[in-house]
Design a protein around this ligand. Structure first.
Ligand SMILES: [Zn+2]
Length: 262
């Protein structure tokens, strides 16, 4: 269980599954001022990132947040779940932050079937509408989960513990999920950040954003909010296990500290 980290969130377990380390390349990173970007790039670890997905286990219900890439690439989600005695049919709900393949790939097995036979699948309406026209995997997911896919409107209570919050920009319907159990909260923030440099310099962005300006605005707002509220976050592309807190170190500049301690 080298890459599985279990936290307590009230009476629930919040579990981070982490795959291979990931780092972004200079060619994918943008900043209006090129000189400054090269300056940042000299800071050790600037490009570091990760590949995590998360599970909330309340005892009554198991909610999965994103599923990693397809089995043909790393396929570790089902293996990681098995390591903690969870079968695919035990997953009740899957909440997807957005329909990029590194988040939805694990929904489909190597044989092309739905990996989770009983789960209700929640994806924002904006993302389903946008990607189903443009992306083969998105169309496949919609097809294989027909009848139990809920393309929801924002600010929706997905379960009694999980609330969807819009964080558009990275994709048209990019969604965060705020979990609250016994008064303790945590924000699954999806792809607000892709590389370490973006904590200290949130103005750095990547070419993968559908709407760059909106993604930047969202990142500034979300980072300020979680730092102000001392709200822990779980990020898919933060170095494993991807769970921690932000503290302000200047105007629009933050330090990330790993872990869930107060
Ligand atoms: Zn991603």
């Amino acid at each position: 269980m080298l890459n599985t980290t279990i936290y307590e969130l009230g009476s629930a377990r919040f579990i981070a599954f982490s795959n291979n380390e990931m780092s972004v390349g200079l060619t994918t990173v943008r900043l209006p001022d090129k000189e400054r970007l090269l300056e940042y790039a000299n800071v050790e670890g600037w490009a570091e990132g990760g590949m995590n997905y998360f599970l909330l286990d309340t005892g009554r219900q198991k909610v999965l947040f994103d599923t990693g890439t397809n089995v043909s690439y790393d396929g570790l989600l089902l293996k990681r779940l098995a390591e903690i005695d969870i079968n695919p049919e035990d997953i009740d709900v899957i909440a997807i932050t957005h329909m990029h393949s590194d988040h939805t790939g694990g929904l489909i097995t190597y044989d092309g079937e739905a990996a989770f036979p009983k789960a209700k699948l929640y994806i924002s309406k904006e993302d389903v509408d946008y990607w189903v026209e443009r992306d083969e995997l998105a169309g496949y997911v919609v097809d294989k989960y027909a009848g139990r896919l809920f393309a929801f409107e924002q600010n929706r209570q997905i379960t009694s513990e999980v609330l969807s919050i819009p964080a558009f920009g990275h994709t048209p319907g990019h969604t965060m999920y705020k979990i609250t159990v016994d008064g303790q909260s945590l924000l699954v923030w999806g792809d607000i950040v892709h590389a370490y440099v973006q904590f200290e310099h949130p103005e750095v962005y990547l070419v993968y954003d559908t709407d760059t300006k909106l993604a930047l605005k969202t990142r500034f707002e979300v980072m300020k909010r979680v730092a102000d509220e001392n709200l822990p976050i779980a990020g898919v592309h933060i170095t494993k296990p991807g769970v921690g807190k932000l503290s302000s170190i200047g105007s629009n500049s933050y330090k990330f500290t790993s872990g869930l301690t107060k």
